[in-house]
Design a protein around this ligand. Structure first.
Ligand SMILES: Cc1ncc(COP(=O)(O)O)c(C=O)c1O
Length: 390
């Protein structure tokens, strides 16, 4: 049976070059870079090279910090809770500090803000429009005297919509408000430029751009405060104690370099294949509806709802044909929850249960897309017949 992996927004395959580099490194080096003997010291040049590549991925300046984390979950939690703690310390008088985010953030941001609300923060979750777009004027209107942080994702994980982070950061800078962006779904798919965007903090995760799992980063603009996540050793400038995940950093560095090399390919070839699948579906399968914005979108993401075709059942049938895709749904106890993101866009609950996400990568081939195109109409027809009781 064919195997077609179209779930790259969930996780990507580790690129052969990154895997090879990690393996080579692991067989030679096991010293701790913090040690003062050659076993440790010998790891440092390679570590430096990998960090340089990671800095280039997000265009950090030498003077900025990039904390190596266990992924974007940690980076998002760390920065939001750190800003909250620092603000709470400043405003012991009981003033409620104010935060702005969107209603389509990943749970690692959204749920963190919900947690802060319980601790007394005031949070605005700005609504995106039907296509998942947010407008800088919405931020302008929401900013208050006591706003301390605006957190807006660079690209959405379910629908791929790209948000205007640079414009938002410019507005916030004028008002002295800190800006964080979760760029996890942007890094490796579209150019990410922390300096040009003017953000204070930016999160990313290696396994979304063909690096290893369990490693990522948090960009921190020079001079911006961050509370330590872990206390202990002096690693990561005292902000994240613990022995460094050196092989992870080496793998992420190699993947970052390749991701930069392939950005044009993402914008042309990956997009062409995504559009081929999308055009086929919209032209040949009746009652299929695109979710997200057609233009303003990462080049690899396609989220589509098939009327009268339950998303989970479709995933199952696709899987039977060797095709891996996903829905935004999650099985919550007995009840099947539909995607919070799609509901936030105003898509009705029933239709949001029928949405499926196909996410491609630079390893997706034309032959794979042709295969999906050859089996999808039959799968949809069969599921619709079942749902109509025929
Ligand atoms: C937009 C976004 N932010 C954060 C995360 C969390 O990343 P990780 O699981 O690597 O910590 C993900 C992962 O799906 C994501 O898509």
């Amino acid at each position: 049976m064919k195997k077609v992996y179209l779930d790259n927004n969930a996780t990507t395959m580790v690129s052969p070059a990154a895997a090879k580099e990690m393996e080579r490194f692991n067989t030679i080096h096991y010293g701790n870079p913090s040690s003062l003997h050659n076993f440790g010291l010998d790891t440092r040049p390679e570590l430096r090279k990998a960090l340089d590549r990671i800095y280039r991925l997000v265009n950090a300046a030498d003077a900025d910090d990039v904390l190596i984390t266990s992924g974007a979950t940690e980076a998002n939690n760390h920065v939001i809770k750190s800003v909250f703690r620092a603000a709470a310390e400043r405003s012991r008088s009981g003033r409620k500090d104010h935060y702005i985010t969107t209603n389509i953030e990943h749970p690692t941001v959204y749920n963190t803000f919900q947690y802060l609300e319980k601790l007394g923060a005031a949070v605005d979750y700005l609504p995106c429009d039907r296509h998942g777009l947010l407008y800088p004027e919405q931020i302008q209107a929401a900013l208050r005297e006591n706003t301390v942080l605006v957190s807006v994702m660079a690209a959405n994980n379910e629908i791929g919509t790209i948000l205007p982070v640079k414009e938002i950061a410019a507005l916030c800078r004028e008002r002295g408000v800190l800006v964080h962006t979760d760029a996890t779904q942007a890094a490796g798919k579209i150019p990410v430029d922390a300096r040009d965007w003017g953000v204070d903090y930016l999160s990313f995760s290696a396994h979304k751009f063909h690096g290893p799992k369990g490693v990522g980063g948090l960009y921190v603009r020079q001079g911006r405060r961050l509370e330590p996540l872990f206390h202990g050793g002096e690693q990561m400038a005292n902000l994240r104690a613990g022995t460094l995940n050196v092989p992870g950093i080496i793998g992420m560095g190699a993947a970052a370099q390749e991701a930069l090399d392939f950005l044009d390919y993402e914008a042309t070839e990956v997009k062409r294949l995504r559009d081929k699948l999308e055009d086929f579906i919209l032209q040949h399968i009746p009652a299929a509806f695109l979710n997200g914005d057609r233009q303003n979108r990462t080049p690899n993401t396609l989220n589509i709802a098939f009327q009268d075709c339950e998303g989970e059942a479709l995933l199952w049938d696709l899987n039977e044909h060797g095709i891996a895709a996903s829905t935004g749904s999650a099985c919550a106890s007995e009840e099947l929850e539909s995607s919070r993101i799609l509901r936030a866009l105003g898509i009705d609950k029933a239709l949001s249960h029928m949405a499926v996400r196909f996410s491609l990568s630079r390893f997706t081939t034309e032959e794979e897309i042709d295969y999906v195109i050859s089996v999808l109409p039959g799968i949809i027809r069969r599921l619709r017949e079942i749902s109509s009781g025929r």
